[in-house]
Each structure stands twice: as C-alpha cells, then as structure tokens.
Design a binder for this molecule. Sequence first.
Ligand code: HEM
Length: 416
Amino acid sequence: MAAIEAPEFNLLDHQLFAQREPWDIFEWLQREAPVYRHPDDADGFWCVTKYDDVLDVLKRAKVFSSQAGGSARIGRVEPDVLEARRNFMETDAPLHNEWRKPFARDFTPKSIARYEDQLRVIVDQVLDEAFEKQDICFVHDIAALIPIRVLGTILGLPPEQFDRFIELGDRMIIDSDPEIAIHVVGSPEAEAFKYLPFGSEAAAELCAMGRQTIDARRGNPKEDVLSILANMEIGGHLLGDRDLDNNFALFVVAGNETTRQSMALGLLALFNDDRAMAEFSQPGAATDQAVDELIRIASPVWHFRRTALEDTEIRGQEIKAGERVVIWFAAANRDAEAFENPHVLDFSRKKDEHLAFGRGGPHYCIGTHLARLEIRVLYEQLFPRLKSIEQTGPERRLVSNFTNGLKHFPVRITAK
Ligand code: HEM
C-alpha cells in the first residue's frame, strides 16, 4: 500500500484562512487523522474535525470544559487574564446554568418574534440605501449593518448611541486581521488591553456605554436583555462591574460578526450555484429549513476550544487531563459521512442537523433563532426587490482562523 502523503499545513496560520477555505486539509484530517495532535509553541492541541466527534465533545461537557482554559482561544491564556475576561460562555455547570437561564427565555422563537417588525424596518432601511448605491460591498453595505442594529435594539441601547455602538462593536470582533484590528492579537500594543473583554482596545468605551443603560435598568427593568443583566443574581448577588462588562461584550461580539458572515458567505454560496440561487430566490423559498442549510454551508465559526478535565478518549484516541481539544465546527458541517455531497447546497436537508450553532451541548448558541430570523428576513426582503444581482469582483477573505468570513465582497444590485 502506498504511504499516505500528509499535506503540510498549520491551522494556527490566519493567512491560510485568508487565502481559502481549507477543505482539502480538513478532508485529509477527517480521512487520515480525525483526532490529530497539532503542534504549537507549547505542548500542542487536539484537532477534532469529524461531525460525530465534534458532537461527542460538545455533549460531554462534564469532561470537556469551557471554563478550565476558556473556549475562545486555542493558545493557553494566563490564568489572571482568563479570570478578568471570563463571560458566561466560559463557565461550566452548575454556574453556567445559573447564568444562562435568565437570558434563555428572551431568545425563544416566541420572544424573538416580537422583534420581527423592527427587524423588517431595519432591513428595509439598509436595502433602500444599498439600492441607491447599486455598486456595493455586500459585507459593508448590507450584511454588517443588520445584526449590530438588531443587537442594539434587543439589548435596549438608546438609538442615539447606535452609530458609536456599531463602530466600537466592529472594532472588537476581528483581532487577527491587520486591516481591521487596531492592534493585532499577540502584538506588543495589544498587550496593554489584555485584561479588557476580548482583549480589545474598544472594550472600555463600549462597556461604559452599556453600563449607562444597565445603571438605568437596575431596579427599573424594561423588556430588554440589559434589564436582565442589570437585575439578575448569581450566587444570591447582583452582578459586579466586571461581570456586567464581560457579558455585555459577549452579546455584542457573539451576535455580530457571526450573523453578518452567514449572510455574506450564504450569498457567495448562492452565486457559486445557479441551481440553488434559482431555487432559493423564489417567493417563499427562504423557509427556516432552507435558511438552516444556507447556514450549514456558510458556517461562520471555524472553531471553539475545550480543555479535558480527566483522562478520556475520542474515537479511541487517548486524551490526557489538561490537554486542549479544538472542535472545528465548519469542518464538521462538511463531513461527507454526515452530509451527502457536503459542499453542495441542498435545501431538502433536515433542519437543525448541522453544528454551526454548537448543537448538542449546554453552550448551544442562545441566539440561534434570532440569527435564523435575521437571515430569513434579509433574503425575504432582498430578492423581491431585485431585477438582478451579480458579483462584480473577487471577494477578499478575513485573516482569521476563528471567524470564517469575508471582508470585501463587491456586488451590483439592480432594482426592479
Ligand atoms: C449565524 C449566527 C451565529 C452562529 C453561527 C453562532 C455560533 C455559536 C456557537 C458555535 C456557539 C457555541 C460556543 C461553544 O460551544 O463554546 C455560540 C454561543 C453563543 N452565541 Fe451564537 N452564533 C450566532 C449568532 C448569535 C447571536 C445573534 C447571538 C446573540 C444575540 C449569539 C449569542 C451567543 C451566546 C451568548 C453564546 C454563548 C452561549 C452559552 O455559552 O451558553 N449568537 N454561538
């Protein structure tokens, strides 16, 4: 039997993800090394790329901790930095349940439905401006503008703060792309901000903004997410400043770039598949099931991380307590053993099967229904207005191994 040639790759190289979606590497890993020990400048970490194994890690949250080493960074984070920046996504049960429960009721499909009218107004305003320009960047002129406005609304921020909120929110999300981040992660300049939420230079001003509304809502709640944050208790106490800031920042970061990129990558996938475009652009075609398939293909999260709390195994591979396990969501969503023709859009696939939202575990995305609604409404309102839509130049990808997405996507839209 011929020896298997391992491709040369480095999944820590953000530039790799700027050049292309590296499905060839993930396919090799899924076939030859589904639980792969990836080297780094410390003791290396495990890469899990197969659908069943990612689901297994997500489900076994008692063994694979989000709290022990955090979940948002592959590299080992200094313990005091981890503590200073901890939000509820980086907690384990039972603490995680205490945190998540008060918010969960605000993110059910029924709760989310109350924002639909406002969302439709936001989308119409964004589309009106885009159609005036005609030649647009789909990311900047459409996809980036919707999720952050929706977030401002559901958090309960005053509309006069929105413009600044949008700018600061944007500066917090991509920290590995020198064209976007003010200080690239790992640079000496970024070091000064390492104790702030997400290590971001924009965090102090953003959180001060959130705090104004939180202060006003304490003891005087309204129907919004910041009222919950302002008045919830953990361990019998109202939240202190650090918890307020870190968790306000979590909502801003988690709900912004992800949804934007599902919109943008979704359109790119449709451009690359005439049959799917013809099907999806029909009136009534953007059902929840079809939108879910678009999100599978347009998975905006490359990975999250866990830390093993005890010796265990994944697919027979021994994992030692303390080792890092990185689960590659977008790769699992293209696993040919889980999805027939995984690189093809097929709107007849079952809803809720994919892992883009981290299905199966306790950290399953709380914003799932909101994100689906935003994407559905965008396409429901965009397609009927279009005489034509075409890509007018090459797209440019984000320099990030964390967010799968585009930073430039030139498109011409012509109204009917
Ligand atoms: C297409 C859009 C989105 C995608 C693909 C996505 C993806 C994810 C994933 C994979 C996780 C799980 C992380 C883990 O297992 O460690 C997660 C968690 C989370 N997401 Fe989303 N997300 C999206 C939109 C949103 C929106 C719109 C919001 C909020 C308004 C949001 C808020 C959150 C929060 C707060 C968590 C942490 C939940 C917990 O730890 O219990 N996300 N998201």
